[in-house]
Design a protein around this ligand. Structure first.
Ligand code: CU
Ligand code: ZN
Length: 169
């Protein structure tokens, strides 16, 4: 009963409930294997106010951490994923963690794969938009890496090879 009342209050008082911000444009990347890996899955981007919600479900990983970034070019044609260029970085910042104010806009941190090689990510980030603008991610690519992103080594996070690639559209 309490939850029902709370829900009604949120519906009436939108400004009091940040979680009820309307959803804007969405984009999706279908992630396919690169560098001879089995990595595959999907990443979705949803504009919510000035921020973007990132949801990803990726499989075929080794258990543990795997760097996860938006790279500059939406071109997965190279077998090793190198055709996507470097991390999306419209403001010429240094590499970092998604929680840091100073970072590449494309720095999404790490996926954490379980013992079955599956990873699920839900993250709110700023510094990007679901558009084709200068901070826009549409037409760029997501990359899943072989190794963990250390969240500090510039410009790559030392995350190793590119094991999954998907164009954001
Ligand atoms: Cu990367
Ligand atoms: Zn970076």
């Amino acid at each position: 009963m309490n939850n029902v009342i709370k829900g009604a209050a949120c519906a009436l008082l939108l400004s009091a409930c940040a979680t009820v911000e309307p959803e804007g444009p969405k984009a999706t990347a279908v992630v396919r294997p690169a560098s001879g890996s089995q990595v595959h899955g999907e990443a979705r981007f949803t504009q919510i106010g000035s921020r973007v919600r990132v949801n990803a479900e990726i499989a075929g990983l080794s258990p543990g951490l795997h760097g996860f970034h938006i790279h500059d070019k939406g071109d997965c044609s190279a077998a090793d994923g190198m055709s996507t260029g470097g991390h999306f970085n419209p403001l010429s910042k240094k590499h970092g963690a998604p929680t840091m104010p100073d970072r590449h806009a494309g720095d999404l941190g790490n996926l954490t794969a379980d013992e079955y090689g599956k990873a699920t990510l839900a993250l709110m980030v700023d510094g990007i938009s679901v558009s084709k603008g200068t901070d826009g991610v549409v037409g760029r690519a997501v990359i899943v890496h072989a190794n963990a992103d250390d969240l500090k080594t510039d410009p790559t996070g030392n995350a190793g090879g590119r094991f999954g690639c998907g164009v954001i559209e």
